[in-house]
Design a protein around this ligand. Structure first.
Ligand SMILES: O=C(O)CCC(=O)C(=O)O
Ligand SMILES: [Fe+2]
Length: 354
């Protein structure tokens, strides 16, 4: 496998101090799992009539349901938070190493993604211009993408790997949002800060998983395998198999995003950038080929990469449905006490004025 394995920060060819800051940031998250059992008792009167719904019942009854939730129990380190926010202000990108995601789990999920696309277990879309196919999965935790009744343990296992990956990425997303809240605070009065400010706007977990395979083209003329774009939502967490090509646009140049096994590539989407008055940057990025214009990657590496299928998984985080796309516009236009307006006004705690 040919991998873009070039260190974590990248100096310009001319060696000047125009450094792309894509730091590797370790985030240690401590969690606790709580189980809540809710018991509903039916109230039966002397004539065995269920008072709740008027039916006749031979005995009193109760039903219970159990929900399990995992919560983060530690506070973000201020140092890590500042490092993270500094990278997101500069390049809009960082590499995240989390204790919650093992390299093995990440690798297996990439393998399952590749299999699901190849076997068309998911709804596969062929991109009209880029040499890639992909599937968009939302509500991943509610659906099974395989036939569970077939007793195919391999398939069932694959389905679980994807679901567990999403569970883990939701926790990592939440902790990243907590770090962003802490890191954005400009003053030293950290006691004032609502650590969960951004996380609370995401607690419905409106995430989408995009499974992507870039087919081999074996051609030196292959241009972008994924054309340049910025992501729409708040944050994106990307796993790739390390095949070269991912580039970000920084200070007028296309630079390779370093690959470090076991890490997630974090980048800011345009919603979060807008909320923070573009303090955090929604940076253009692309997957370059050897024929891509103005590429700062090694052309031989990019050619070699076209000889291999390239698999990636993008986890796009979107906010809760009641949160407006344009927080500032809503807040200033209506100035009502909606959740959205309140949220925007609270952005001032980070030194972001409307
Ligand atoms: O495949 C990649 O490495 C990048 C994909 C990407 O940027 C996207 O799907 O938004
Ligand atoms: Fe993207």
């Amino acid at each position: 496998m040919h991998r873009n394995n070039q260190g974590v920060t990248e100096l310009d060819d001319d060696g000047n101090d125009d450094v792309v800051t894509v730091p590797l940031i370790h985030i240690d998250t401590t969690t606790a799992t709580t189980t809540t059992t809710t018991t509903t008792k039916r109230i039966i009167d002397d004539n065995n009539v269920d008072i709740d719904n008027g039916t006749t019942s031979s005995s009193s009854s109760s039903s219970s349901s159990t929900t399990t939730s995992t919560v983060i129990t530690n506070l973000p380190s201020r140092k890590t938070s500042r490092l993270l926010v500094s990278a997101l202000k500069d390049s809009g990108f960082a590499l995240i190493q989390s204790n919650l995601l093992t390299s093995d789990h990440q690798l297996k999920t990439l393998q399952v993604a590749s299999q699901f696309l190849a076997a068309r277990i998911v709804d596969v879309v062929s991109h009209p211009t880029d040499p890639k196919v992909y599937a968009m999965l939302d509500s991943v935790d509610q659906y099974d993408y395989v036939d569970r009744s077939s007793n195919d343990s391999n398939n069932n296992n694959n389905n679980n790997i994807i679901k567990e990956y999403v569970d883990v990425l939701r926790l990592i997303k939440t902790d990243i949002l907590r770090h962003i809240a802490v890191g954005l605070l400009s003053s030293s009065e950290d006691d004032e800060i609502d650590v969960d400010f951004f996380a609370k706007l995401h607690d419905e977990h409106n995430d989408t998983l995009r499974l992507i395979t870039y087919h081999p083209t074996h051609s030196i003329t292959t241009g972008n395998r994924c054309k340049e774009h910025s992501d729409y939502g708040t944050i994106t967490l990307l796993s790739t198999d390390g095949i070269s090509g991912l580039e970000l646009y920084h200070n007028g140049r296309w630079k390779p995003v370093p690959f470090v096994e076991g890490t997630l590539v974090l980048n800011v989407g345009s919603l979060l950038s807008g909320w923070t008055k573009n303090i955090l940057r929604a940076t253009l990025h692309r997957v370059a080929g050897p024929g891509s214009i103005n590429s700062g990657s090694n052309k031989e590496d990019l050619f070699e990469a076209t000889k291999h299928p390239r698999t990636s998984i993008a986890f796009f985080a979107d906010p809760n449905y009641n949160v407006s796309e344009s927080l500032t516009a809503t807040a200033t236009a209506t100035a009502t006490a909606t959740a959205t307006a309140t949220a925007v006004l609270e952005l001032e705690q980070f030194g972001i004025t409307i």
